[in-house]
Design a protein. Structure first.
Length: 519
């Protein structure tokens, strides 16, 4: 049975291309009882996995830059405290809420930003237009209440690129190529909040806090336009669903996608309801997702805790200006760069295992073991070298292991979750984003009181103890993760579906085995 490549469903179709689709032979008779199965064929140009490397990396860079800009916007505001406090006559506690509500929006956004039946592209368009409108409006705020509400709404729509950009990478890169792409993706949400205070501080100091919001608005708008122009639909189930619908309308026969065959055909309302519920189900009923997400959440929360924390330590304690105060994050930034470099180097190890067909999801985790040790080392070193008698550069330099550990823990764990849940990757990332956003929003709210009551050294040590408590996770999962995955419903289901899809693709490449593959 011959199977030919079908045209890209994201491009406009000519009558000729429609005829080509109708002439394709698929499994099934075209009836309700025996529908024709629509699936990706070998070298199918409509499958994002088959794009050229240049196109893949261009799309990956745009998606990753969107995550960077969204997270940059979350923290760039944090070094504008003096101007905003003076203009609106509010307290420092209320000012910090501006960071928390933005990050809290990340927790709400992913619940409604799963690709559902309408795919990732529509979400990109809606979310970026909304972010530009709300963050642009915040630049003109005349009171603190308006500023808070608009930042919250910006963060809510910002949850879309944070979740779906990771899904885009899973859509276009096979596991062997995904490591480097996900390294860049993992760097973005760390560099964003860490570079935000550095750049935002100097902008605020020189041209005012409103231009901090304005620069963020421009950056989001530019990235949004690039995505609208250059990123087509990448979500495989949506591409196949639309292809099946188009073929059904063309010749009156019944076509369904391979995912509909495996999971059953559902109404849009059912899909929407499941997408709203699934992240919560994954978070609370899948132990792997819960524990991994909790570890990631603690790391993100510590970063956002340091936004007001660094201001207390350096701006208040040492009298630094807004611009110079942001430079205190350079130590962590350097650590993140080294962590990213190590992750790229370690990806060669994983690729050797993948080529040898011995790689498992747990093969992603060795760097996380190193990162788990580096996290508390960096935090405790920063906390206990922060004395007036010790040069300020010492504690900043010694914070680098924390940045190093952030990447080496989060990147392998994110890879691990994506490899373990494949077709549910967006929902898993949404579940992770919900938990980390809630913690990241909460931590800044009590940071000032914690530093006032415990002092700089013990207050800075609290997150160190949290990372110590989380340290065993990558070691345990490396040893027992495979057995645990097979006991988790969604992980097991995803693995079975991927096996079926792989068998059908292999059957398509070997016509002699067609009969066996169709059963």
């Amino acid at each position: 049975m011959s199977r030919q490549a079908e045209p890209n469903p994201n491009t406009s179709m000519s009558p000729g291309s429609s005829d080509m689709e109708k002439n394709h032979h698929h499994e099934g008779q075209g009836t309700e009882q025996e529908p024709i199965i629509v699936e990706f064929q070998k070298d199918d140009p409509g499958n994002p996995m088959n794009w050229g490397q240049t196109r893949k990396w261009f799309v990956a860079c745009i998606a990753t830059l969107s995550v960077f800009v969204v997270t940059f916007t979350s923290s760039a505001y944090s070094e504008s405290s003096r101007e905003i406090l003076r203009e609106f006559g509010t307290s420092s506690e209320v000012f910090v809420v501006g960071v928390s509500v933005y990050v809290l929006g990340f927790a709400i956004g992913p619940v409604i930003w799963a690709p559902l039946f309408y795919g990732r592209r529509m979400l990109w368009i809606i979310s970026h237009i909304a972010m530009v409108a709300f963050i642009g409006g915040s630049a003109g705020s005349q009171n603190i209440e308006t500023l808070m509400v608009l930042r919250f709404l910006t963060g809510t729509f910002g949850g879309s690129p944070i979740v779906n950009s990771g899904g885009v990478l899973a859509d276009i890169f096979p596991p062997a190529q995904r490591g480097l792409a996900l390294t860049l993706y993992a760097l973005a949400p760390f560099f964003g909040p860490i570079l935000g205070p550095i750049i935002g501080g100097f902008i605020s100091e020189n041209v005012g806090w409103r231009w901090v919001q304005g620069v963020c608005c421009i950056a989001i708008g530019v990235i949004g336009i690039l995505g609208i122009i250059f990123i087509p639909e990448t979500y495989g189930p949506t591409i196949l669903l639309r292809r099946a619908s188009r073929l059904s309308k063309a010749d009156g026969k019944t076509y369904i996608s391979i995912l509909e065959k495996n999971q059953g055909k559902k109404k849009p309302s059912e899909v929407f309801k499941k997408a709203l519920v699934r992240p919560w189900v994954l978070l609370f009923l899948e132990p792997i997702v819960l524990v991994a997400s909790l570890y990631i959440a603690v790391i993100y929360a510590i970063i956002y805790m340091f936004l007001p924390g660094m201001t207390i330590v350096f701006n208040v304690g040492r009298g630094w200006s807004e611009g110079v105060g942001g430079l205190a994050f350079l130590g962590m930034a350097v650590g993140i760069i080294f962590g990213g470099a190590y992750a790229i180097y370690d990806n060669k190890r994983y690729m050797r295992l993948f080529v040898a067909k011995t790689a498992t999801a747990e093969s992603r985790l060795p760097p996380a073991m190193l990162g788990a040790v580096a996290l508390p080392v960096g935090i405790f070193a920063f906390a206990w070298t922060n004395y007036p008698s010790i040069h300020w550069a010492v504690c900043i330099v010694l914070s680098a292991p924390f940045g190093f550990g952030c990447i080496l823990v989060v990147l392998p764990v994110v890879n691990y979750l994506i490899d373990s849940y494949t077709i549910y990757a967006a929902s898993v990332l949404a579940a992770s984003a919900i938990l980390r956003s809630v913690l990241a929003a909460a931590f800044p709210l009590f940071t000032a009181q914690m530093y006032a009551n415990l002092g700089i050294h013990w207050a800075s040590s609290v997150p160190g103890f949290l990372t110590l408590a989380c340290m065993p996770f990558p070691f345990i999962m490396y040893r027992y993760g495979k057995a645990l995955r097979m006991k988790c419903k969604y992980s097991f289901e995803a693995a079975e579906i991927m096996k079926q899809m792989q068998k059908q693709q292999e059957a398509a490449t070997n016509p002699n085995d067609e009969g066996a593959g169709a059963k």
